[in-house]
Ligand binder design. Sequence first.
Ligand code: PGA
Length: 242
Amino acid sequence: MARRPLVVGNWKMHGLQADLDQVAQIAAGQAALNGQAEVAVAPPFTLLMAAAQTAAPGLALAGQDCSAEAPGAHTGDIAAAMLADLGAAYVILGHSERRQDHGESDGLIRAKMQAAFDAGLRPILCVGESLEDREAGRQDQVVARQLEHSCPANWPAEPIIAYEPVWAIGTGRTAEAEDIAAMHAAIRDRFDEPVRILYGGSVKPQTVAPIAALSEVDGALVGGASLKAEDFLAIAQAFAQR
Ligand code: PGA
């Protein structure tokens, strides 16, 4: 059964107003995918509103994180309902940079997942092992534990998981195709329902071909290469044409 690939651009802490033209170019470039792949962009919170209103009507948008809390006295945080209010469809949760930089636990991530569901957002749950875990051969246990503790009991819609080996993020190193396929199969086995599993970690126009060729991979979560519309669209095209 073929699942429509989903390619998500995670801008991280990049992007000023001048970069909104990249969002507009991605929105315009979607047409060339002929509906064979879906794209979404996660600009920083500061650009989401402008992206939603002007640059990208018709382009799916994602938040890069959300609070586990309902709207209230939480200085500096963004509620899931606020993302939904401006038309975001998705929210990235549990990214390894949030886990590392902000000490996010699986329990907190699960609470954020619930907040996202309550607001009608579709979370993209990130999991992945560190280099130390991979070298010790513990990657399967690490990812299984992350899934066990951060997944809710029930997903109101098709679950979306992003497998991102931490050592492949922003390093130019991508995992071997057979390791990606094996991990995606192991993740899929943990779910009773159909699940979309994206790969992330230095996906670039030059590295995407062997990844997009894997039937176990349902799309990509793209960091650095999503900042340039041309590169991001080339990655989406690789999935659309497979
Ligand atoms: P990268 O980031 O493509 O720059 O490695 C991926 C991610 O962190 O989602």
